[in-house]
Design a protein around this ligand. Structure first.
Ligand code: F6P
Length: 256
């Protein structure tokens, strides 16, 4: 029965791969919105995907969030890949400490016995502060890493939930709603058509740099994120490997 179940999930994954036009989709059984422990399955698959192609000298940009955090316990030192650098994809400090990109890169590096780079900056910078930051050596160094990113591991959120989590002002919330923001990934907000409608003003990886990286691993699950997924995958780079759960995958497939 288990074999049958997994093969059904493989077919579901193939459907999504074709529809989104991305490299690979992995569907884990269950419904994250009903059962938190699904995160463990998600993290295990994502970690496997990552470690199976990790290489020496690799630069890996990592975003925050629970989904990405789920990889941590499954990462371990590789035989050949000794020299990986995990870089926080954004300088924000808006998340709970455990879920921040800055914390995750440190944990990932500890698990794999490699290096990491952090960037501690306020989540929202004024235009003036942002411009000033751009010439700071610690910032230019991070931006050089973003340019070299070989892999990006990121989460996807619903625009509304992320705006609330980030303590956006009522004014910002109104603007996002007005602009039709549906999804959020690495600080960018996208509408239902996958167009960028807003960006958080902070130092972080640019969409173009994500597109230029060899490998992109997106981790997101739960029916509640289906609209966000449908929006984000309109722009997702072709080289994306997407790890999700059965409930979300089925809901997406039902929409096709
Ligand atoms: O804030 C970092 C981030 O990766 C967002 O870009 C994304 O929308 C969110 O976290 C996903 O978080 P979670 O996996 O906890 O739903």
């Amino acid at each position: 029965a288990i074999v049958y179940e997994w093969s059904g999930l493989t077919q579901l994954a193939k459907k999504l791969e074709q529809h989104f036009g991305i490299e690979r989709v992995v569907v884990v059984p269950g419904d994250y919105n009903e059962d938190d422990t699904i995160l463990t399955l998600l993290g295990k698959e994502a970690a496997l995907q990552f470690m199976s192609s990790a290489f020496d000298g690799q630069v890996v940009a990592v975003t925050g969030g629970k989904s990405v955090a789920s990889l941590a316990q499954f990462l371990h030192p590789g035989d050949i890949q000794k020299d990986i650098t995990f870089v926080a994809a954004r300088g924000g400090i808006g998340h709970e400490m455990q879920m921040q990109a800055n914390t995750l890169v440190a944990t990932f590096a500890m698990q794999m016995e490699t290096q990491y780079r952090t960037l501690f900056l306020p989540e929202h910078l004024s235009e003036q502060a942002y411009q000033a930051m751009l010439t700071e050596p610690m910032v230019t160094e991070m931006m050089a890493f973003y340019d070299q990113a070989d892999c990006v591991i990121h989460g996807i959120g619903s625009a509304e939930e992320m705006a609330i989590r980030r303590n956006s002002s009522p004014e910002d919330l109104r603007i996002l709603e007005e602009k039709g923001a549906v999804s959020e990934a690495f600080g960018y907000y996208f509408n239902a058509e996958g167009e960028i409608v807003h960006r958080i003003r902070t130092i972080g990886i640019q969409l173009e740099q994500v597109q230029n990286s060899q490998q992109v691993i997106a981790v997101a699950a739960g029916k509640q994120k289906v609209n966000a997924m449908l929006s984000y995958f309109k722009v997702a780079p072709k080289q994306t490997i997407f790890i999700t759960d059965e409930a979300a995958a089925k809901a997406i497939a039902a929409n096709l």
